[in-house]
Design a binder for this molecule. Structure first.
Ligand SMILES: Cc1cc2nc3c(=O)[nH]c(=O)nc-3n(C[C@H](O)[C@H](O)[C@H](O)COP(=O)(O)OP(=O)(O)OC[C@H]3O[C@@H](n4cnc5c(N)ncnc54)[C@H](O)[C@@H]3O)c2cc1C
Length: 447
């Protein structure tokens, strides 16, 4: 029987995960063709930060080596950007003229970094932080230059700054908001984070507005000028001030886009049911996600529909955040800022060893709706589980702050009953981190 043709645009984390899910359930349904603008097989983009910090190598972060594509009969076009989707002929066209017809098309083009519209943005030494090429450019710059400025004190900016500092650069983070990671942390945790990072050697310009990037005689950036007229030296400027869904190709093909390519609960574009979109480029119920966990959930649902099982709907995700800076533990999820109609349970010990401990749990009625943890994140995934399940916590409210291990049966004591659990049961909410290893060991030994 002639197979249907599936073409995927974008060889990144969400797209390839969708293919993996599809191959598990319908390995023979499609002839698959993949176009990737980057010259690399699918790699773990999240781990670019440990690579930058010198903790991992590029080889170690490859998720699907070339052999994987060959093994599954996938035609892979690396280093080729798709420049047109012809919906009438049902084919895509790449920048080198390659054409690929499709019965189903999967768009997984990710995001583009937001470039601050300031003069000097096109100078040598001004880069963004998104892929292997950017990471390599930062590693090279760190060998030849001294001063780096990172614009943006969010997750990405801080990981870039930490990595450059670990590679010997003198790094200043410029952040417009009053505290760091203001979308993931409240002001107390944000300020504690800043103190810890300052103690490690990072510099901060908070509330500062970048006005221009100034060129040196060699055409390379040499300084950043702020609106108040001050200048600081910078031979490398990393723009990490946000991302926007990469929708240009879809828009040109007439697909409805609004803060992303608009998709239904089946991850089909609302304009053309033959065309699917997953990952950071997709807008589902008005939300374009920027973290992998929800994108993998999308991939799973999308795969069942591509496999023509037609089961499963994607109804949106709750997200949680961690920062990958070794030695700094922070976690946040849900409505961690609280507000009207909510109550907060707070534990604060700013002088605890290693930069202090701060924990805030936000409750609404008898449910946990948000958590912000700094310094001690052992219970982060347990709180996240409670939050996602919407389980009433009134009966454990007095012990909630002290973590899962203080809840008796529901907590780590319960692990002694692990032998009685099915292999697929979640042993605890710790996600294999910290106690997770112990929990798994207990379970494996059948204790
Ligand atoms: C440094 C860094 C650290 C991160 N850390 C975390 C973290 O700790 N936790 C977390 O959850 N998330 C993190 N993220 C975010 C996470 O990596 C993304 O959410 C995820 O990679 C998005 O997957 P995607 O497939 O939508 O996009 P991507 O992985 O970006 O893949 C899209 C691919 O499509 C290609 N492409 C685009 N247009 C075309 C075209 N026209 N033709 C062909 N190919 C095209 C792109 O080149 C790219 O390779 C981090 C991101 C970065 C950059």
């Amino acid at each position: 029987m002639k197979k249907m043709k599936l073409v995927m645009i974008g060889n990144g984390m969400a797209g390839v995960r969708t293919l993996e899910e599809l191959l598990k359930i319908a390995p023979d349904l499609y002839d698959i063709t993949v176009f990737g603008a980057e010259p690399h097989p699918n790699y773990n983009r999240i781990l670019l930060s440990p690579v930058l910090a010198g903790e991992q190598t590029l080889d170690e972060i490859v998720l699907n080596p070339l052999g994987w594509y060959a093994e599954h009969g996938i035609t892979l076009h690396l280093g080729r950007q798709v420049v047109q989707i012809d919906r009438v002929r049902r084919e895509v066209v790449a920048d080198d003229g390659t054409r690929a017809p499709y019965d189903r098309l999967l768009i997984a083009t990710g995001s583009l970094p937001f470039i601050l519209p300031v003069s000097g943005k096109e100078l040598d030494g001004v880069i963004t932080y998104r892929d292997i090429a950017d990471t390599q450019a930062m590693i090279d710059a760190a060998q030849r230059h001294r001063h780096a400025v990172v614009i943006g004190g969010g997750l990405l900016g801080l990981e870039a700054a930490n990595g450059l500092m670990r590679r010997g650069m003198d790094v200043t983070v410029v952040h417009i908001a009053p505290w760091l990671m203001e979308r993931q942390l409240d002001d107390v945790a944000g300020r504690m984070l800043r103190q810890s990072l300052e103690a490690r050697g990072l510099h901060f310009e908070m509330g500062a507005q970048t006005q221009a990037l100034l060129a040196g005689d060699d055409g390379r950036v040499r300084a950043v000028r702020f609106r108040d007229g001050r200048e600081i030296p910078a031979e490398l400027v990393v723009m990490a001030a946000g991302i926007r869904p990469n929708t240009e190709l879809a828009e040109r093909a007439g697909l409805h886009c609004q803060r992303g390519i608009v998709v239904s609960d089946t991850l089909q574009t609302v304009t053309d049911p033959r065309i699917y979109a997953v990952g950071e480029c997709a807008a589902h119920r008005g939300v374009a996600y920027g973290l992998v966990a929800p994108l993998f959930e999308q991939g799973k649902v999308c795969a069942t529909h591509l496999a023509e099982f037609g089961i499963g709907r994607y109804t949106g995700s709750q997200v949680s955040t961690k920062l990958k800076v070794t030695g700094i533990d922070l976690f946040s999820a849900g409505n961690f800022m609280g507000g009207e109609g909510t109550e907060e349970i707070v534990l604060s010990d700013p002088t605890a060893p290693n930069g202090g401990v701060y924990k805030k749990l936000v409750l609404q009625g008898d449910k946990l709706v948000g958590a912000c943890l700094y310094g001690d994140t052992v219970d982060g995934s347990w709180y996240f589980k409670l939050l996602r399940e919407g389980r009433p916590v009134a009966d454990i409210r007095d012990r909630l702050m002290f973590g899962e291990s203080n809840i008796g049966d529901a907590g780590h004591e319960g692990h002694h009953r692990a032998a009685a659990m099915a292999d697929t049961d979640e042993v605890c909410g710790c996600n294999g981190v910290t106690q997770g290893a112990i929990c798994k060991a207990i379970k494996d030994k059948g204790l």
